[in-house]
Design a protein around this ligand. Sequence first.
Ligand SMILES: CC(=O)SCCNC(=O)CCNC(=O)[C@H](O)C(C)(C)COP(=O)(O)OP(=O)(O)OC[C@H]1O[C@@H](n2cnc3c(N)ncnc32)[C@H](O)[C@@H]1OP(=O)(O)O
Ligand SMILES: CC(C)C(=O)C(=O)O
Ligand SMILES: [Mg+2]
Length: 512
Amino acid sequence: MTISADNSNKERVYIFDTTLRDGEQSPGATMTLEEKLQVAELLDEMGVDIIEAGFPIASVGDFEAVTAVAKQVKNSTIAGLARAIPADIDRAGEAVRHARRGRIHTFVSTSPIHLAHQMRKTGDEVIEIIQKTVTQARNLIDDVEWSAMDATRTPIEYLMRCVETAIKAGATTINLPDTVGYAVPEEYTAMFRTIIEKVPGADKVIFSVHCHDDLGMAVANSLAGVVGGARQVECTINGLGERAGNAALEEVVMALRTRGDAMPYYTNVETTHLSRASRIVSAASNFPVQYNKAIVGKNAFAHESGIHQDGMLKNAETYEIMTPESVGIKATTLVMGKHSGRAAFKDKLKELGYELGDNAFQEAFVRFKDLADRKKHIYDADIIALVDDEVGSIDDRIKLVDMEVVSKTSGVHRCVMTLSIDGEESEVTFDGMGSVDAIFNAIKQGVGQDPHLVLYAVDGVTGGTDAQANVHVRLEMNGRIASGNASRWATPVQSRAPSLVPGALRSASKSM
Ligand SMILES: CC(=O)SCCNC(=O)CCNC(=O)[C@H](O)C(C)(C)COP(=O)(O)OP(=O)(O)OC[C@H]1O[C@@H](n2cnc3c(N)ncnc32)[C@H](O)[C@@H]1OP(=O)(O)O
Ligand SMILES: CC(C)C(=O)C(=O)O
Ligand SMILES: [Mg+2]
């Protein structure tokens, strides 16, 4: 495996997590105090160096959250954000003074567009503001970070004047953010190289990157900044953050760990916590993690295509550049589907306890491919049904001819169903507590079996009241499980929805 844990000859990069501040700025991502404390606790346990816990002047709730995190966290430095305004800096100082290691993080705009329209100040006025506010912060605390908001759209000569002023006033960390995700990696590297080389006192401070993902380059830019000399990376779990988000912590950390050969840097983050951190932040912020998200997405260590599955079974390094265990995921998943091949199918059968002879195996594989062409999710129960001797035998015996469901806001729900069993049609009528209950009662009566409904799930495939829906059904009887699914457009209350049931009935019947 390419992963190397040998950090000798590598330089340390400090991880500054801003999930609780910039991450929380994502619309809808507001977290409660308890959730913030839980996230902060985990970040501390993971070995994150600095946790930006909030923006204390923003609200009483934010002040209380930063104070509570500062009091609770044992190891990480706790930062509080402040504009270049005296009241902000005092408030941030008041909150972070409770921490074992506290930091005031103050920022001001430096780009021409921000100066003209956001700050409505001249360049010289902003230089004076930097001098005064950084000095004020330094008088409150030893650890002061200064950020040049919109640094990447700031002329380099002016940016150098600002940085020099902040360093002279006592800033210990200088952050040059790509606030609007505008930079490309080469220019971000060059910006750090120039500033570190030319600004007096640059060798006495730590430079930091803070990148947004508006063009999808936040992680690439962060690493480019490190190459240019930055030694602190500001990032968030799951890439949560303003607009398109910030650089994802898990991606930065795993990129440095996995490609230590190309980038000689390391972080102190214990990577086996990454998956858990992602789940906790996703739950707290109400932001689902996309399936194909790098490192922590549901599919990050899942393989469906036969060629990849075959390779994985021979040697995991064929298609995985890091182990799932290294990020806290138990194991790789080989997902059975229409792209799977014989190697994965054989492996799955073995896992399910089946050993088939060559002919039986080939036949089962053909049936599996056929099913996978028609069915989106292949469950283990589907494969068990496939290799069962009775597969398909009941399928042709039972057919749904017609069904009518009447649902009322009061009173019972009724299903009138016509089934054809061995070519003979019969009509059954059954009531239920709801329409689904009535339908399943009617099926049970018509078929003369009494399976237990384990799962009934409806997923909307499209939007609107005329949405197409997928219905998934799983039944259990005498220790055997059968599942099926079918799609159908929604219909009005008094409905004829025959195809909702046949899929379920067909699969269910197969293995009963
Ligand atoms: C890139 C970033 O992520 S920056 C951080 C963004 N995060 C947030 O804004 C979340 C928290 N913010 C808030 O709760 C509020 O905006 C507050 C409490 C900070 C300020 O609220 P208000 O006083 O009502 O001001 P409002 O939000 O309307 O406007 C921002 C003001 O701050 C000024 N400002 C913005 N950044 C800075 C700065 N770095 N230094 C000094 N002043 C600044 C703006 O020019 C504007 O001033 P103006 O009202 O004199 O024109
Ligand atoms: C406050 C600063 C650091 C910021 O979030 C940004 O510039 O994106
Ligand atoms: Mg930001």
